[in-house]
Design a protein around this ligand. Structure first.
Ligand code: FES
Ligand code: MG
Length: 579
């Protein structure tokens, strides 16, 4: 694994800043005193960076200002010094075109801020979708002891006696509103009730999936990912993170001892059993690769086929939300069900093995966390497809789609842009049947750019009015973890770089065969070759700036969409600063 040397045998990393009797260190010590710290508060003490993705426009992290104080309390109690540092607050709700454009920016920031500052260990505060992989990817490369503090899910949504789930119910009620079944007053009530406390989306969307993955990998305190954001247990967990990171520094418990191939497999198995967001595929692969673990779509598919979905949490599950999941025992209880399939000897941030952390975990409601003998769905949450439309893979969530589409053949209607597609779905005279296969392209990592969450293409109005709520849809985009439906996502290579999706035409027949994991266009090979020869690449979307750099360096979905030059294998790790 390529990472920097962590706490040196001879002492604390921060001693390189504060220890020497030279002019440079005099400057560092002087500036700590300018911050109001006495020498005995920082010299020879573990300095803990608290990387906080709080911002006033990140609704999921609005409690993080106070939580940073809880972390500091814990750090101080354990004899360290906690210093808070802002990190890019990549929020899911407001960022256009997609927060995914900035995951790698956060990862770079995290890596560089850790590398360049006098930290002996870090607490990473994140939770809203891309913040988890962004922070973890950067910290894995930086390589010093780290612990992840998940924001925790928000409370259940609520309106007029109905429980509301983040995302999922927004899509559902929006379709009802388009069908003319919801008044303005009801719509306003839903708007105010669907997100009513601090915390991340409380369905098993990308946020809950990614924090569960990080928990299962051994990077959070056991079960931390399930604690609701506004539960006082969340404050105690935050303080515990502070205490524990100081001990981790003293134990030199670096992430390379935690994030092994076995730990990544544990994370993947757990994700499959939770009904995870399709986004997990991209992020888990990216995180694993940062740790030097080669983890592929095929690994995921194999685990998906053999792991039943046992968390009855929406959108893949039917009835419950994250708050119910916590009361039912949370992630530790879910992992306890899976114990025989997990590598329980993996090391975790507690300094104990996963198996030790799971001791005593119990399920308190076996309708929410099902036994393996009574799963929500007999296989895992995600399936990998290959075929002449997606030679490097595509992803679908079988449990979230109408089974009538598991084996399907139908004519494609192809759109090159989101506005073009949107105009068509709103046109009530559009020619469409339940067999139609909607296709959106130029929405991949480079084409989007940033692979926006457009993959749950809206059902055409004409079909909605006839009572249809699902349709086979295909794109090189992602979809929100709270989305559902027969949506094939992450088609690789993407159309923008000339992947076969670019060669599909309206009227071509597309065949999905989920049991056999294939996705093909029924177009003769010689015709495909003719189209390929005639294809010309689209204009680049960005001529300058971050977007230009993003498009030049982002890798395809099956590789995790990291930048090529940030991969562990790209070059030797940067040396620790010595001046
Ligand atoms: Fe932040 Fe869903 S918008 S987790
Ligand atoms: Mg999301």
């Amino acid at each position: 694994m390529a990472h920097q040397e962590s706490t040196p045998k001879g002492g604390l990393r921060s001693d390189r800043w504060f220890g020497p009797d030279d002019l440079r260190s005099f400057g560092h010590r002087s500036r700590m005193m300018q911050l109001g710290f006495s020498e005995d508060e920082f010299r020879g003490k573990p300095i803990i960076g608290i990387l906080n993705t709080w911002s006033e426009i990140n609704s999921c992290h609005s409690h993080f200002r106070e939580r940073a104080q809880d972390v500091k309390r814990g750090v101080t109690m354990a004899g360290g010094l906690g210093v808070e540092m802002p990190a890019l607050s990549v929020d899911e709700s407001f960022t256009k075109p997609t927060s995914m454009l900035y995951r790698n920016m956060l990862a770079m920031e995290t890596e560089e801020m850790i590398r360049s500052h006098p930290f002996d260990g870090v607490v990473l505060m994140g939770g809203c979708d891309k913040t988890t992989p962004g922070l973890v990817m950067g910290a894995l490369t930086a390589g010093i002891p780290m612990i992840y503090l998940p924001a925790g899910p928000m409370l259940r949504g609520h309106y007029a006696g109905k429980i509301l789930g983040s995302g999922s119910d927004a899509w559902k009620y929006w379709d009802e509103r388009r069908a003319g079944n919801i008044t303005d007053e009801e719509w306003l009530g839903i708007q105010g009730g669907i997100a009513r406390s601090a915390g991340t989306c409380m369905t098993m969307g990308t946020a809950s999936t990614m924090t569960a993955i990080t928990d299962a990998m051994g990077l959070t305190l056991p079960g931390a990912s399930s604690i609701p954001a506004v539960d006082s247990g969340h404050q105690r967990m935050s303080s515990d993170c502070g205490r524990r990171i100081v001990e981790m520094v003293r134990e030199d418990l670096t992430p390379d001892k935690i994030v092994t191939r076995a730990a990544v497999q544990n994370a993947a198995i757990t994700a499959m059993a939770t009904g995870c967001s399709a986004n997990a595929v991209v992020h888990l692969i990216a995180m694993a690769r940062r740790a030097g673990v080669d983890f592929s779509l095929d690994d995921l598919d194999a685990l998906g086929r053999s792991t039943p979905l046992i968390a009855n949490v929406r959108p893949a599950g039917k009835d419950y939300l994250m708050e119910d999941f916590f009361y039912a025992g949370g992630l530790r209880a879910l992992m306890k069900q899976l114990e025989e399939r997990l590598h329980t000897d993996c090391m975790t941030v507690t300094g104990k093995t996963l198996g030790e952390n799971l001791q005593g975990a119990q399920v308190y409601n076996d309708d929410v966390i099902r036994p393996l003998s009574n799963p929500v769905y007999h296989e895992g949450s995600l399936a990998l497809l290959r075929g002449n439309l997606c030679p490097d893979g595509a992803v679908i969530k079988p449990a979230a789609c109408d089974p009538k589409y598991y084996q399907h053949e139908g004519p494609a209607v192809v759109f090159d842009s989101y506005p073009e597609m949107k105009a068509w779905v709103d046109d009530e005279s559009a020619e469409v049947t339940p067999d139609t296969v909607m296709v959106l392209r130029n929405a991949g990592p480079q084409g989007g750019p940033g692979m926006p969450e457009w993959g749950m293409l809206p059902i055409p109005k004409a079909l909605i009015k006839q009572g249809h709520r699902d349709l086979l849809r295909i794109s090189d985009a992602r979809m929100s973890g709270t989305s559902y439906g027969a949506c094939v996502l992450h088609v690789a290579p993407e159309s923008y770089v000339g992947g076969p999706l670019a060669l599909l035409r309206t009227g071509d027949i597309v065949r999905l065969d989920l049991p056999n994991r294939t996705l093909d266009m029924l177009v003769p090979d010689d015709e495909i070759e003719r189209r390929r020869a005639a294809w010309t690449p689209p204009e680049p979307r960005f001529q300058r700036g971050y977007g230009w750099m993003f498009s030049k360096h982002v890798m395809q979905a099956d590789k995790g969409c990291d930048f090529d030059y940030l991969q562990a294998s790209f070059g030797a790790a940067a040396a620790e600063p010595d001046i």
